[in-house]
Design a protein around this ligand. Structure first.
Ligand code: ADP
Length: 548
C-alpha cells in the first residue's frame, strides 16, 4: 500500500522571503503615481511619487555597491521626515546594508557612543545637522563619508562631504534587492538609555515586514490606499511606527513634514494635502489643538490620529473627537517592540455598546494587542497575574517583532516562557485592555503598596490651568515613599497647591494624595520628548512643598 503521507515533507508554497524592499517595489508597480509630499527646509513643498522614490532608492543602492559597502555594513541617517529620507531607508535596506537611524536630539556624548558602537561607515544627513556632525566626526573614526540630502547648491561647506543628488544622478537602477534574505538585519535603532548606555535593537527584514503587517491590520492602524497619511512621528524614532512601510504597502499618499512640527505648519499640511490619518506623540497634538482653538479653525479631512509614546489625556481625546470629529487611536509600544504593542481604537462589541463616557475611559487605556503580539502581566517573581483590571504587574511581551537580545550583547533578554520584560507596570482588564500605571523604575511604593503615578498625573493634568503634571516618589521615614506632584502651568496662569489638591480630592484614592505640590516653569524632557523623572527627582524632590 502506498504511504498516504508521502508528499508532506518540505514547504510546498513559494519561498517568498520577507524583505522590506518588497514594500516599495509593490508601491512602485501598483500605486506608482501616488504621491509623496515633503516639506523642505525653506518651507516650500516638494512632490514625488512611489515610482520615483523606488527608482532613486535603487540608484542609492548602486552608489553603495560601487563604493564597496558590503551587505550588513551600517549606514546611519540623521534626517527629518522627507521623501529623500524614505529613499535612503529603502536604498540602504534594499541593498542589504543596515539603516541606523540617529536621533539628532540626543546629547553629543550619546551620539558619539552610538555611532562608534554601531561602527557606522556612512552618514546620510539633512544639511541642517552639518554643524552637529562636524563636531561628532573627529570622535567617530569608523565614519568614512557624510552624504547630505540635498543638491550641489545646498551642500554645507564641510570637508569631504557629498551631495546626494549628484551622487545618485544617472546611477543604474538594476542593482539586485533583497538578496540578503529575511533573517538578515535591516535596521538598527538605539533606546534612549535613560539608565546606562543606549542599547541597540537590530531589526531583521522579517521582523520589519511582519511588524508592518501587524500595524496594517484594520484594528491596529487600518491604513488604506484611500488614505493621505501625515507621518509626524520622526523616522529616527522607533521606525516612525512603521509608517514608511505601511504607506508603501498600501500605496497611500504619504506626507512628510520635515522639521516644521508647529501647529500652524501642521494645520496647513493637513488641510492642503487632504490628510485623513496621522501619527505623533501627545505634545505635538496638543500644540496643534491649541493652535486650532486660538485661531478658531476646524479640521476638514482628518479622520483618525494615532497618538503614542506617552499617555494620552482626556483633553486630547475630547479635543479631537468633539472639536473636529477625529477618532483617537491610543498606541503603546517601545523601540524593543518595533515599536507597536497595543492600540486602543475601535472597541470590541461589548465595549462599543457602553455609554459615551465609559467608552472614553477605555480609549484612555493603552489598548488591546493585535494579532502578532502576546502579552502578560506578572508579579516580581514572574508569576502571571489576573486580567481583572485591578492587579498591577510587569508587562511582558512576545512576538516576531519583539527583541530577543540587544546588538552586540550575548545574553537573551527573555524570561523562561520567552517573554521580554518591557519595564512598564500595568493592569489588563477582562476586555483585554492594557493600562499602564507606571514605569517599573518610577513606581512609588508607599506602605508596601504601589501608587500609580500615571493615574495621579492624568487627573492633575486635566486641571484647566495645567499644561503638564508629573508625580515622583519622595523618601518618607514611615511610608518609605510618598507621592509629590509637580506641575507646569499653562502660559500666564497662576495657581496654589490647594487648588490642585482640591481638584484631586475624590478623583483618586485618599492615601494617594500627594504630600506636596510644586510648580515649575519647564519640565525636563528627554530626547524623545518624554518626561525625564530621573532629572525631576534629582532637581525637585527636596524643594517640594510639604503639605500641612
Ligand atoms: P518610543 O521611543 O517608541 O516611545 P521608547 O523605547 O523610547 O519608545 O519608550 C517606550 C516607553 O514609553 C514605554 O515603555 C512606555 O513606558 C512609554 N510609552 C509609550 N507609549 C505610551 C503610552 N501610550 N502611554 C504611556 N506610556 C507610553
Amino acid at each position: 500500500m502506498t504511504d498516504q503521507n508521502d508528499d508532506l515533507l518540505g514547504d510546498h508554497m513559494q519561498a517568498w522571503s520577507m524583505t522590506v524592499d518588497r514594500f516599495i517595489t509593490h508601491a512602485a508597480r501598483w500605486n506608482g503615481q501616488h504621491e509623496l509630499v515633503s516639506r523642505q527646509a525653506d518651507g516650500s513643498i516638494a512632490r514625488s511619487t512611489w515610482e520615483a522614490t523606488a527608482r532613486r532608492a535603487r540608484q542609492l543602492s548602486s552608489v553603495l555597491a560601487e563604493a564597496g559597502i558590503r551587505p550588513g555594513d551600517r549606514i546611519a541617517t540623521m534626517a527629518m521626515n522627507s521623501a529623500r529620507h524614505v529613499e535612503a531607508w529603502y536604498g540602504i535596506m534594499g541593498y542589504g546594508a543596515v539603516c541606523h537611524t540617529l536621533n539628532p536630539r540626543l546629547f553629543e556624548e550619546q551620539l558619539v557612543y552610538i555611532i562608534n558602537h554601531a561602527a557606522d561607515r556612512w552618514l546620510v544627513a539633512d544639511p541642517q545637522f552639518a554643524p552637529l556632525i562636524e563636531k561628532l566626526r573627529p570622535r567617530c573614526p569608523t565614519l568614512e563619508r557624510v552624504v547630505y540630502l540635498c543638491g550641489p547648491a545646498g551642500l554645507p561647506a564641510a570637508a569631504g562631504a557629498a551631495d546626494y543628488e549628484s551622487l545618485i544622478e544617472g546611477r543604474p537602477v538594476d542593482v539586485p534587492w533583497g538578496t540578503v534574505g529575511e533573517h538578515a538585519p535591516a535596521a538598527l535603532c538605539y533606546t534612549s538609555g535613560t539608565t546606562g548606555h543606549p542599547k541597540g535593537v537590530l531589526y531583521s527584514h522579517r521582523s520589519q515586514v511582519l511588524h508592518a503587517l501587524i500595524c496594517a491590520q484594520r484594528d491596529t492602524m487600518g491604513m488604506s490606499v484611500t488614505d493621505s497619511v501625515l507621518a509626524v512621528v520622526p523616522m529616527f524614532h522607533a521606525n516612525a511606527w512603521a509608517l514608511p512601510f505601511t504607506a508603501a504597502a498600501t500605496g497611500a499618499k504619504f506626507v512628510l513634514p520635515g522639521a516644521r512640527l508647529d501647529g500652524a505648519s501642521l494645520y496647513e499640511l493637513l488641510e492642503t494635502e487632504g490628510v485623513t490619518l496621522s501619527a505623533a506623540v501627545p505634545t505635538v497634538w496638543q500644540g496643534l489643538l491649541d493652535y486650532l482653538t486660538t485661531n478658531g479653525l476646524r479640521l476638514k479631512t482628518l479622520r483618525r490620529v494615532i497618538i503614542g509614546g506617552s499617555a494620552v489625556t482626556e483633553g486630547l481625546i475630547r479635543g479631537f473627537r468633539d472639536g473636529h470629529g477625529v477618532e483617537v487611536l491610543h498606541a503603546w509600544g517601545m523601540t524593543e517592540m518595533s515599536p507597536i504593542g497595543t492600540i486602543s481604537g475601535a472597541p470590541p462589541p461589548a465595549v462599543g455598546a457602553m455609554d459615551d463616557d465609559t467608552r472614553l475611559a477605555f480609549n484612555l487605556k493603552q489598548g488591546r494587542t493585535p494579532f502578532g503580539i502576546d502579552m502578560k502581566i506578572t508579579d516580581d517573581d514572574g508569576v502571571r497575574l489576573a486580567q481583572d483590571g485591578v492587579a498591577q504587574g510587569h508587562v511582558r511581551v512576545q512576538g516576531p517583532a519583539i527583541i530577543a537580545r540587544y546588538f552586540r550583547e550575548a545574553e537573551q533578554v527573555l524570561d523562561a516562557e520567552g517573554y521580554f520584560d518591557t519595564g512598564d507596570i500595568a493592569t489588563i482588564d477582562p476586555h483585554g485592555y492594557m493600562q499602564i500605571t507606571d514605569r517599573a523604575k518610577d513606581v512609588i511604593k508607599s506602605g508596601g503598596e504601589w501608587i500609580s503615578s500615571v493615574e495621579i498625573e492624568n487627573v492633575a493634568a486635566s486641571h484647566p490651568k495645567a499644561l503638564m503634571a508629573a508625580v515622583i516618589g519622595v523618601p518618607h521615614p514611615r511610608w518609605r515613599e510618598r507621592p509629590h506632584l509637580i506641575v507646569q502651568l499653562r502660559p500666564g496662569q497662576q495657581a496654589t497647591p490647594a487648588e490642585f489638591l482640591d481638584w484631586l480630592d475624590g478623583k483618586i484614592a485618599k492615601w494617594w494624595m500627594p504630600d506636596g505640590v510644586l510648580f515649575v516653569d519647564e519640565m525636563p524632557l528627554g530626547a524623545t520628548g518624554k518626561l525625564d523623572k530621573k532629572v525631576l527627582r534629582a532637581r525637585y524632590a527636596e524643594a517640594a512643598t510639604v503639605r500641612d
